[in-house]
Write a protein that binds this ligand. Structure first.
Ligand code: AMP
Length: 144
C-alpha cells in the first residue's frame, strides 16, 4: 500500500502544525486537546521545519522539571524531520520509522507538507492488507 492510499483512508485531514516560538505549555495543550502524539513545526504551514513529539516533552519534564513548560518548543523539537512522499510504500515507511525509532512522519510533496502518517496508520494499513490477502487465499483454496 502507498502513503497516498493511507492518507485517502484517513480522509486527507489537515495536518495540525504549530509555529516555532510557541510555548511548550501551549504545544502540550494542543496535543492533549487533539488527542495526538506529535506536532509538525512550521512557520507557514507548508514546510516541515521540525517535529515535536509528546516524548520530547516527557523527556524534558523528567530531566529539567516543569519549568520547561514555559520555554519555547524551539530547543525541544527535532529539526528537519525525516519525511516521506505520497508514492512511498507503507513497508518502506515502517522500516524507516523502526530504524529511526520514531512514530510520526510528515508527508511532503514538492517541498510542501501534505499530510502526516503515524506508525498506527502504517500498521493498520498492513493489517488490512494481510486480512485481504487471507480472504483471497481462502477463496482460492476453498474455491469460492
Ligand atoms: P515519536 O516516536 O514520533 O513520538 O518521537 C520520538 C522522537 O523522534 C522525538 O524526539 C521526536 O521529536 C523524533 N521524531 C519524531 N518524528 C520524527 C521524524 N519523522 N524524523 C525525525 N525525528 C522524529
Amino acid at each position: 500500500m502507498l502513503v497516498k492510499q493511507i492518507l485517502q483512508a484517513k480522509g486527507n485531514s489537515a495536518v495540525i502544525t504549530i509555529k516555532p516560538g510557541t510555548s511548550v505549555r501551549e504545544a502540550a495543550d494542543i496535543l492533549a486537546e487533539r488527542r495526538i502524539g506529535g506536532l509538525v513545526v512550521s512557520s507557514t504551514g507548508e514546510r516541515a521545519e521540525g517535529i515535536l513529539s509528546e516524548r520530547d516533552i516527557v523527556r524534558s519534564l523528567a530531566v529539567r522539571g516543569p519549568s520547561c513548560l514555559s520555554e519555547t518548543i524551539d530547543q525541544m523539537m527535532t529539526h528537519n524531520p525525516v519525511c516521506c512522499s505520497v508514492q512511498d510504500s507503507s513497508d518502506a515507511v515502517l522500516a524507516r520509522m523502526t530504524e529511526g525509532r520514531f512514530r510520526h512522519m510528515p508527508v511532503v510533496e514538492e517541498g510542501k507538507l501534505v499530510g502526516i502518517v503515524t506508525i498506527g496508520d502504517v500498521v493498520k494499513a498492513r493489517l488490512d492488507e494481510l486480512s485481504m490477502e487471507k480472504t483471497a487465499l481462502e477463496g482460492m483454496i476453498m474455491g469460492y
